[in-house]
Every structure is written in structure tokens, then in C-alpha cells.
Design a protein around this ligand. Sequence first.
Ligand code: PLP
Length: 379
Amino acid sequence: MFDYFTAKQKKLFTPGPLGVSLSTKEAMLTDLGSRDTAFIDTVKFIRERLVELSGASTEEYTAVPIQGSGTYSLESVLTTIVPKKGKVLILENGAYGRRQAAICKVLNIEHRVESFAENEQVCPKRVAQILGHDSSFTTVSVVHCETSSGVLNPVVEIGKIVREKAPHVQYFVDAMSSFGAIPFNMIESNCDYLVSSANKCIEGVPGFGYAICRTKHLKSCKGMSRSLSLDLYEQYMGLEKNGQFRFTPPTHTMLAFRKALEELEAEGGVEGRANRYKANRKILREGMAKLGFEEYLDETLQDAYIITSFKYPTQQNFDFKIFYEKLSEKDQVIYPGKVLDADVFRIGNIGNLHPQDMEKLLQCIEEVCSEMNVTLPLS
Ligand SMILES: *Cc1c(COP(=O)(O)O)cnc(C)c1O
């Protein structure tokens, strides 16, 4: 039988699911009915706090939680906001940009994918050129931190260009892996829709995502969704009507998220969280450099402090699968790479991780390399 209480606690150095604090998990101990005033109050608190965190006001913006993982929320936005004859310009420099294209394909949404190298940012000038030549787009979308590599895209510049070149186009940002830790302001970014999820930098438990939306636009999306359960407009209308979800809400997960939001505030908000993640990442990068590991991205592309891609060592004895498993045996969970053009692995530093966890991981990496007969420092 599975023993829930002695199951090994591992440290997750991944892009998700992420470790969460004990107090956040403990917040789930209450069963609440979906019509319970304590639950309705929790949903209201969460929705207001999310809008605040995005630098916007609830007069102009609204936060809509959606059951499921982050991708469900991405799909909810795309299926709802793009008109039947609309067209999306997807600015892609990695797997998460390509996921948006995959969603559009399945939903039969006309789209153009503009690709950039995975070890480069999306180029705002190129976006200006495209929007200058082609006026058929209704939506432009981009990923803030492309978690597959760690590249941070210039979302403010892109938003400015969208507003200048195509004022009526909706600007959509996938801020899944950055929201709550990397400052983002809806107004400054000219952003109409942003998506993130419960178990990334806000450190709730997985189970729902959310879209922060320009209310006026969302209200114009009635009947546009190609999906019943992912209809963002209906989800919003339901929540506005009586504070309730249309379908079974993730009650325990939302209690945990409320707690996670309180803990974010106690840590000093986005700035406080950013400081911890930056400290984590500094230890990781310096430690890995000392061991001779080489990073996938240039020094000029290290602005995000979420996840770092490292190249596989060239030594013959290095085998990622063994490296991964040996680390996991030591309760350290890292992540495979997700770029197409290089052999890399990734180490995240978000979630309930602290500097001492990063130190411990480095020590385990050193031990595992020694067990594998990989000589350190790598040359
Ligand atoms: C994690 C993540 C997602 C969503 O992934 P899910 O597995 O569906 O939660 C989407 N975009 C980015 C940039 C992410 O980091």
C-alpha cells in the first residue's frame, strides 16, 4: 500500500509541478461546499488580489480562474477571444509558443507562427514589420518567460508596438512561469489578456489557472468560444452573477491558493519573491560554473531568474538518464531540456526553494558526477 506519510519528500528543481510550503498544504484541510460563503469569499479575494498583482485596477480588469492546468487557461483564452474569422500572430521562440500554435490548430483558429531562435528573444522590430504589412490579425500572443529555455521576452516593447501598429488587436501574454516573481504590469505592457497558473511562482498547489482580462473586451466575447467548459466569457459571467463556478470548483486548491497569496505578501510581494529566486539562481549559476557546466544561453539573456538550461557535459561517462536518476535517489529532481537544437537539461529555482536547497543540490551534483566517473571541474 502506498504510505502517504512516509513517501519521500523530494526537492523539485523543475518548471512545475513545484514544491509548496507546509502551511499552504495545510490550508486545504477544510471541506467547503461550492456555495459556502467562506468559499465565495475566497474566490473573490483571489480574483481581486490577482488583478492587483498585475498592476491593474478591478475597474478595468478582471481575473477569471479556470479549472485545469495552465494549458487549459491558455486554451480558454484562445478559444474565447479570437473571433470566428480572426487570426492570431504567435511569436514563438520555444515549446510554449509552439503549444499555442498547437491549440490554434486543434481549434481551427487561423494563425501565423513567427519563429525566433530558441536561444534568442522575440525581436520587437520584426513584430513591427509584420504588423506594418499585414492588417489581418485580431490577436498577437507571446510567452513572457519561455520556460523551455529560460529566455525572457520583451513583452513591454512588443505591447507598445502592437498598440501603435494595430490598436484594435488584442495582446495576449503567457506569463505562466513569471507571474508573481517577475514584475509585470498590464497597463504598462498594453496587455489585454494574461495567463498564469496556481502552481508556478505564486506557489499554490496545482489544479487551476487564471486569465487576467481587460473586462470591456472579455464582455464582447459572448458566444465566441469553441468549447463549453473552457468558455472564458461564460466562466466570467457565472462568477460575476453569484460568485460561483459553473462546474465543480477546485475548492481545496483555491483555499491553498489564498494561503499562498498571503504568503507571497508576507514575503514582500513580487519584489520579495524575486529576491529569493534571484538569490537561489545566483548560487546555482555560480556553483555550476565552478563545476565547469556550461549554460545554454548567452550572458545577455540571463534576465529571467526562473530556470537555467545547462549543456550536457561532453565527457563520455556522462549519461543524462543516469545523472537524473541518481539525483532523484538523493531526493533532488531536475528536469530534461526542451530545446530542439541542443542537448541540455534544466534546473529550476522557483517554488518552495531556498538558498540552502540550492547548496544541497550542488553538493549532490558533485557526488553524482563522482559516482558516474565524470571528472570535475569539466573542461
Ligand atoms: C508551465 C507552463 C505552461 C503550462 O503548463 P501546464 O503543464 O499546462 O501547467 C505554459 N506556458 C509556460 C510558459 C509554462 O511555463
